[in-house]
Ligand binder design. Structure first.
Ligand code: GLN
Length: 308
């Protein structure tokens, strides 16, 4: 049938591109098979079109951030979360030590500084590290429509090299953004990033956001429409960090990347798209993943700013 054939052809067209390099600062990502390549398109009624290594598991990394942002808003309310983390594009790398000069808070929840704050909000005050990790695991599982798990090896490897993220977490504490123990925030955040998903899971997670917060497999309303809209707005403007403008103007699909090599994109009311390929460009986005999105955007006319 036409869609699977088109996906096979699209992957074949990009398969031989070996540019970019695996993330090097997380041992398991450095050691990942760089040839893996997968794609999944998920419709809002849960039909999944896949090609390549779409059942291969990888860690979610920064692709967890929009979902955790949504969970934090559901728990705390939008005003309370906006009080702690802004929604302005930073134009900086994901791991920049940055706080908004005027407000003293992280610019947005897609960069690590903002993501650690939204992570820290989950659960009641006094929630233990293990409890918060379970809240995160259970919450991300709702988006995927199946029970996900943390890969402890990925998490331990990242923790061993987490100097930058520990610095960010300490900066947040010293500026009074939160009163949590910085090391625990980083450990919880790293566990969040180490949750394993497949490209198929990622397609369903994207389709959940495309469907206004309703998981197409379980039928469950995971995010309310207003929160879902908030998440997509922030993804659109901040999801690709310092490449957000290029991505939005050229490809035109709100998207989020992660250093494991996954990328997911959301076309509201239409489809969720997920790709996986480990070699990254200088922004930490999958090279083949971005090029596949470019191809799909062009050939399927997906740019959200095109008049229908
Ligand atoms: N765990 C990674 C980090 O904090 C996630 C970064 C990413 O995927 N861009 O460095």
């Amino acid at each position: 049938s036409p869609i699977p054939d088109f996906l096979d052809e699209t992957l074949d067209r990009h398969r031989s591109d070996r540019s970019g390099a695996n993330a090097d600062y997380i041992p398991d990502l450095a050691a990942a098979d760089p040839e893996k390549l997968g794609i999944c398109l998920s419709t809002l009624d849960g039909v999944e079109y896949t090609s390549g290594d779409s059942d291969f598991e990888f860690s979610i990394q920064s692709m967890s951030k929009p979902f955790i942002y949504g969970m934090a808003i559901e728990q705390e309310g939008l005003a309370a979360v906006l009080d702690m983390v802004g929604v302005e594009p930073s134009g900086e790398a994901f791991n920049e030590l940055s706080l908004d000069k005027m407000s003293g808070k992280p610019l947005n929840p897609m960069i690590n500084a903002g993501a650690m704050v939204t992570h820290s909000l989950l659960g009641e005050p006094g929630t233990s590290l293990a409890e918060r990790i379970e809240i995160v695991r259970a919450g991300l599982s709702e988006f995927a429509g199946r029970q996900l798990r943390v890969d402890d090896s990925v998490a331990e490897g990242e923790w061993g090299e987490a100097y930058r993220n520990v610095a960010i977490a300490n900066m947040l504490r010293s500026y009074g953004v939160y009163t949590d123990q910085p090391d625990e925030v980083v450990q919880g955040y790293i566990a969040q990033c180490s949750i394993l998903i497949t490209t198929k899971d990622l397609g369903i997670m994207a389709a959940t956001l495309a469907a206004g917060g309703i998981n197409p497999i379980t039928g469950k309303q995971v995010l309310s429409p207003r929160v879902n809209r908030q998440v997509l707005g922030v993804m659109m403007t901040c999801g690709m960090y310092d490449a957000a403008g290029d991505w939005m103007t050229e490809i035109g699909v709100p998207a989020k990347s992660g250093v494991s090599g996954g990328v997911f994109g959301v076309l509201p009311g239409q489809v969720g798209i997920a790709t996986f390929s480990p070699r990254l460009d200088k922004h930490g986005t999958s090279v083949r993943g971005a090029n596949i999105f470019r191809t799909l955007s062009r050939e399927l006319s997906l740019h959200i700013m095109d008049a229908p």
